[in-house]
Write a protein that binds this ligand. Structure first.
Ligand code: NAD
Ligand code: G6P
Ligand code: MN
Length: 441
């Protein structure tokens, strides 16, 4: 079996240790010859880089491991880029989450005005990484899960239509693990699903087991009572705010009991509930910094201090094995099915062909083949028409440096009550993002 070279872009990410360990756990089906961490923030990446140099030296001496801020070194001689960058880091996420609530609007890193603000920061960063990959390793694939994936995907569709990039999200994976558990199965891979939507904005319409038995009735019964709350999923979304989101899915489901919704629809369908449960001084980013970020960097400190990773409890990010599945599908032609964010082009027959939609795709050596989802119902179509226009306007605003289009994007978002409020939020976001957004005219 061929051995692959991997670059993790956003090497300083809180998810990097889990990704490295997960890759090491799966060497039997996805052999690796090199792992390179790349970040544009030397200091943030350094601790993770140093700690995992020690770990790799002790456990996988045969695999080359480096960390660098030099694009040429990072992107030469590789087969895959796994991209998890956060342009502006947690400092800017904090503004995304805290500015809109000052105006009575939900603050979320990927939904509503916060998601739009993050989108205008992310587009340039993701294109930069993609361009480095194409310059130094033109045959490589980029697996992108940098957020906000919907806006990033629309930007790459517009600006790099021929690039080898797949945009993917892990929310459906965790929810499918939970649904599998509800029906006594072990893995999301035990479910055959039909699903349509946009990223963080989708619905399951059919769920069968591999023998063709309909699992929807049992899953619906469950979700109608408890949402996703008591389904056992991965160990990724366990904090208090996630429990609230999984519980609230029950009310999201009630709006259309013929489908099973993605949890993120909570922000669009119950913004009043979200606002009532928002503490403007302590949002999700604070929870992450006090939890995941602190734990990850303390762990690295300990490895560096001891100059060994022995005796330190290290956990692979099991949920992230879908990324190996995806890479293996491309490399080894496994033809597994994934929910990817891809150009619609008829897959949802009554929806904008130029929209980037989240639908099941079969992945193999030559990329993906979409599975048609046919016509979608009026309720979802109405919501998606509005949301896809928001995402497209945001990308057009970035390309054209247009204040007007960005104002329209915010105004159109279901989370924003009026053009007046949209402008007030926009002007605050603009001030906070001046080092990251293109200059707007
Ligand atoms: P983080 O801030 O800990 O890490 C992001 C890293 O990216 C930082 O070290 C930062 O310096 C680096 N970075 C920023 N701009 C860069 C650039 N232009 N080039 C190279 N590196 C750059 O963030 P995190 O919470 O660990 O999340 C990382 C990313 O993964 C986020 O975009 C997050 O939304 C995304 N994510 C997505 C999914 C999904 O389902 N799609 C799941 C989990 C995380
Ligand atoms: C889910 C979403 C991701 C998002 C993450 C947020 O997995 O699918 O797109 O990045 O949650 O997690 P956090 O713990 O940073 O709030
Ligand atoms: Mn996601």
């Amino acid at each position: 079996m061929k051995k692959y070279g991997i670059t993790v872009a956003g090497g300083g990410s809180t998810f990097t240790p889990g990704i490295i360990l997960m890759l090491m756990d799966n060497l039997d089906r996805f052999p690796i010859r090199s792992i390179k961490l790349y970040d544009n923030d030397k200091n943030r990446q350094e601790k993770i880089g140093k700690a995992f140099s020690i770990y790799m030296r002790e456990n996988h001496e045969d695999i080359e491991f480096i960390y660098t801020t030099d694009p040429k070194e990072a992107f030469s001689d590789i087969d895959f880029v796994m991209a998890q960058i956060r342009v502006g880091k947690y400092e800017m996420r904090s503004h995304d989450e805290k500015i809109p609530p000052k105006h009575g609007v939900i603050g979320q890193e990927t939904c509503g005005p916060g998601g739009i603000a993050y989108g205008l920061r992310s587009i340039g960063g993701v294109l930069e990484v993609l361009d480095y990959m194409e310059k130094y390793s033109p045959d490589a694939w980029m697996l992108n899960y940098s957020n906000p994936a919907a806006i990033v995907a629309e930007a790459t569709r517009r600006l790099r239509p021929n690039s080898k990039i797949l945009n993917i999200c892990d929310m459906p994976i965790d929810l499918m693990y939970k649904m599998a558990d509800m029906v006594g199965k072990n893995s999301w891979k035990d479910l055959d699903v039909s699903y349509f939507g946009l990223n963080h904005f989708g619905w399951w319409t059919e769920i069968y087991d591999h023998d063709g038995n309909d699992l929807m009735p049992k899953i619906k019964e469950h979700v109608s009572k408890n949402g996703f709350y008591d389904g056992v999923g991965t160990n990724q979304h366990v904090d208090e705010s996630w429990i609230e989101t999984f519980t609230k899915a029950k009310d999201v489901y009630a709006v259309d009991p013929s489908t099973i919704p993605n949890t993120y629809l909570k922000y669009y369908l119950y913004p009043d509930f979200v606002m009532e449960h928002t503490d403007i001084n302590h949002t999700r980013v604070d929870e992450v910094r006090e939890g995941r970020e602190k734990e990850v960097f303390e762990l690295c400190d300990k490895i560096i201090e001891n100059n060994t990773a022995k005796g330190i409890k290290l956990e692979a990010d099991a949920h992230a094995s879908y990324i190996v599945d995806l890479a293996a599908a491309l490399a080894e032609n496994t033809k597994e099915t994934f929910l990817l964010i891809v150009p619609n082009d008829g897959a949802i027959s009554n929806f904008d062909p130029t929209a980037m939609v989240e639908i099941p795709c079969i992945v193999g050596k030559n990329g993906y083949k979409k599975i048609c989802q046919g016509q979608i119902p009026r309720f979802q179509k109405g919501l998606m028409e509005e949301q896809v226009a928001v995402e497209k306007l945001a990308v057009e605003a970035w390309i054209e440096h247009s204040y007007q289009k960005l104002w329209q994007a915010l105004t159109l978002s279901k989370t924003v009550p009026s053009a007046k409020v949209a402008k007030e939020i926009l002007d605050d976001l603009l001030e906070a993002n001046k080092d990251f957004w293109p200059e707007l005219n």
